[in-house]
Structure formats: structure tokens, C-alpha cells
Design a protein around this ligand. Structure first.
Ligand SMILES: Cc1cc2nc3c(=O)[nH]c(=O)nc-3n(C[C@H](O)[C@H](O)[C@H](O)COP(=O)(O)OP(=O)(O)OC[C@H]3O[C@@H](n4cnc5c(N)ncnc54)[C@H](O)[C@@H]3O)c2cc1C
Length: 305
């Protein structure tokens, strides 16, 4: 029987672990098979306070883990398979074994949706990113592609014009899901070119990184090659909530909804980080929310006794 079980080991999970361990709650974390979370995929983090020279994603996550473990966070690198929040104490199952806890903090993050085309895996987190705020500054005076037709794609493209020499938006249709204002801001920008009726067929690269994309027009299967040294996929994110089997309330896209501070629709079950965040999706905001969830859990537990 635990006071707190934390599910997920990104910046939100480790910060929740640090705070609840320092509050002497003896937290147990299930870190997941992808221990460390999304930042394990990236080589340079320049926007997390405290690292004046930047830091590699995996190194930073190891440091966050070490810091939380120093205060007593217990970590198991395993996935939670299912949960039962219908009565207290709450139950979670991990590799067939049942664990019980008074409170739960869900920090399972979100996955960016990738295109899954040839040449992509080799450039993920290098020349190809899913976060312009995170990686845009690495492409100063370079030519980049943004894939997508929604508000995020327009926002990413407009943001990238601060750094890139040229931004090409590639969209599979000629109708845009983006709001009119966002679309017009992008279409009227002198550095942005929009290519409609194009899908990325494959990515091209050499030893130095990404060099271009082969685009196909699905109407007649004709192809063209566009040079670029950076690409940003902006076709959406998917929160990782399937193992919850709808036991906490989510929005239509599966993002967990907060009801009171960081508490979900279930009393004593809290959520933090990208699994609730449709807007900021940054390491520092996830870490901040992990801190809030740990403090909320601590206060809630205090009120119960
Ligand atoms: C390529 C890339 C580069 C980025 N660069 C930056 C950057 O430079 N700066 C920045 O601020 N942000 C950056 N981000 C965004 C940042 O990574 C996220 O905002 C942040 O990681 C979110 O943290 P989180 O704790 O909410 O979730 P995540 O980091 O996504 O962690 C989720 C955790 O949950 C675990 N998990 C999932 N399902 C289960 C389960 N069933 N049981 C147990 N565990 C589970 C996973 O194993 C993982 O450990 C980048 C993202 C990407 C993809």
C-alpha cells in the first residue's frame, strides 16, 4: 500500500517524484518502458533553466532521476498495464502484479504523430523535429519544411521565419484546417511558400544530416525534390491515456481534464505534463505541473487523515 504512485518518467513525473519524496510520502514510480520520456529523443536542450551551455536530453533526464532518487523516489522501469479507480485505495497492474495506492499522479505525456516515411527514423530529433519552439533556433539561415495544414503548422511556420531563410509548408490538400487568421498570417509572409496537394514521400540525408524531401502530388503521382536542412512535422499529438480505459475524464482528443487544480475527475488522482497540456508542451511547463500535482496530492492526502 502506497501513498502515491507516479505513472511516467518525463520531466513531469520526476518533478512530482522529487517533491513527493521530499514530502516523505515514499513515492513509487512506474517509469514506463521509455524511461525518461520524450527528451530521450533529443540531443540539445537549450531552454531548460540551469544549463547555461545547454544539455543533451538523455543526460538531463538521468540528472532529474538521480535528484529524485536521492530523496527516496523508488523507480521501476515498467509500464502500467491497467488501473482501477472505481474504489479506494486505487489499484494499478504492472506486469500482472497488483499495486495499491491512496493517490495517483499520471504523467504519461503525449506522442507526436510522425509521418512514418522512408528516411524519417534516422533524422528524428536531428534534422526532423516535432517542436519548433524547441528546435527552431538550430536552423538559422537554413531552409526548412513544415508539414501540416492546421493551426499548429501555421504557428510553427510563422515562428520559424525568425530563424530560417525560407519556410515551405507542405500540405496534402488545398483546404486548410487552420483558422483564417493563422492561415493568412502564414500565406502573406514573404519567407513562407505553401505547397498544396503534396505529401512527403521520403526524406533525403547525407552524413551531415537532412538534405531534402521528395514530395509527391497524389493527384497524378508526380514527384519533385525540395532542398531543406530542417523539417518540422505538425500533424498533431496523441496523449498516452489508453491504459486508463476512460476512468478519468478527457477531452475529445484524449487529453486528461483537470477539475480542481491538478486533480482529475477522480478524487485523489492527479495529472501533469503533456498528457493534459494542449498548448505549451515544454519540459519546463511539464516539470512545473509535476510540482503542482505533487503538492496537490500531498495536501489532499493530509485532508484525508
Ligand atoms: C524531439 C523533441 C525535442 C524536444 N525538445 C525540447 C526542448 O528542447 N525543450 C523543451 O522544453 N521541450 C522539448 N520537447 C518537449 C518535451 O519533451 C515535452 O514537453 C516533455 O517531455 C513532456 O514531459 P512529460 O513529463 O509530460 O512527458 P514525457 O516526457 O512524454 O514522458 C512520459 C513518460 O510516461 C511514460 N509512460 C507512458 N505510458 C506509460 C505507462 N502505461 N506506464 C508507465 N509509464 C508510461 C513514458 O515511458 C515516459 O517516461 C521536445 C520534444 C521532442 C519530441
Amino acid at each position: 500500500m502506497r501513498n502515491v504512485i507516479i505513472i511516467g518518467s518525463g520531466p513531469a513525473g520526476y518533478t512530482a517524484g522529487l517533491y513527493s519524496a521530499r514530502a516523505l510520502l515514499k513515492p513509487l514510480m512506474f517509469a514506463g518502458y521509455m524511461s525518461g520520456g520524450q527528451l530521450m529523443l533529443t540531443s540539445d536542450i537549450e531552454n531548460f533553466p540551469g544549463y547555461p551551455n545547454g544539455i543533451g536530453g538523455p543526460e538531463m533526464m538521468l540528472e532529474l532521476r538521480e535528484q529524485a532518487e536521492r530523496f527516496g523516489l523508488e523507480v521501476q522501469d515498467k509500464n502500467v498495464e491497467r488501473v482501477d479507480f472505481s474504489e479506494r485505495p486505487y489499484r494499478v497492474w504492472v506486469e500482472g502484479r497488483e499495486f495499491r495506492s491512496e493517490s495517483i499522479i499520471i504523467c504519461t505525456g503525449a506522442e507526436s504523430i510522425w509521418l512514418g516515411v522512408e528516411g524519417e527514423d534516422a533524422q528524428k530529433g536531428r534534422g526532423i523535429s516535432t517542436c519548433a519552439t524547441c528546435d527552431g533556433a538550430f536552423f538559422r539561415d537554413e531552409e526548412v519544411i513544415v508539414v501540416g495544414g492546421g493551426d499548429s503548422a501555421m504557428e510553427e511556420a510563422t515562428f520559424l521565419t525568425r530563424f530560417a531563410k525560407k519556410v515551405t509548408i507542405v500540405h496534402r490538400r488545398d483546404v486548410f484546417r487552420a483558422s483564417k487568421v493563422m492561415y493568412e498570417r502564414a500565406v502573406n509572409h514573404p519567407k513562407i511558400e505553401i505547397k498544396t496537394h503534396r505529401i512527403v514521400k521520403s526524406w533525403l540525408s547525407d552524413d551531415n544530416g537532412l538534405t531534402g524531401a521528395v514530395l509527391e502530388d497524389p493527384r497524378d503521382n508526380s514527384t519533385e525534390t525540395v532542398e531543406c536542412t530542417g523539417a518540422f512535422i505538425a500533424i498533431g499529438h496523441k496523449p498516452i491515456t489508453n491504459f486508463l480505459e476512460s476512468q478519468v475524464e478527457t477531452d475529445d482528443n484524449g487529453y486528461i481534464l483537470h477539475k480542481k487544480n491538478t486533480m482529475t475527475s477522480v478524487e485523489g488522482v492527479f495529472a501533469a505534463g503533456d498528457v493534459v497540456d494542449t498548448r505549451y508542451r515544454q519540459a519546463i511547463t511539464a516539470a512545473g505541473m509535476g510540482c503542482q500535482a505533487a503538492i496537490d496530492a500531498e495536501k489532499w492526502l493530509e485532508d484525508q487523515h
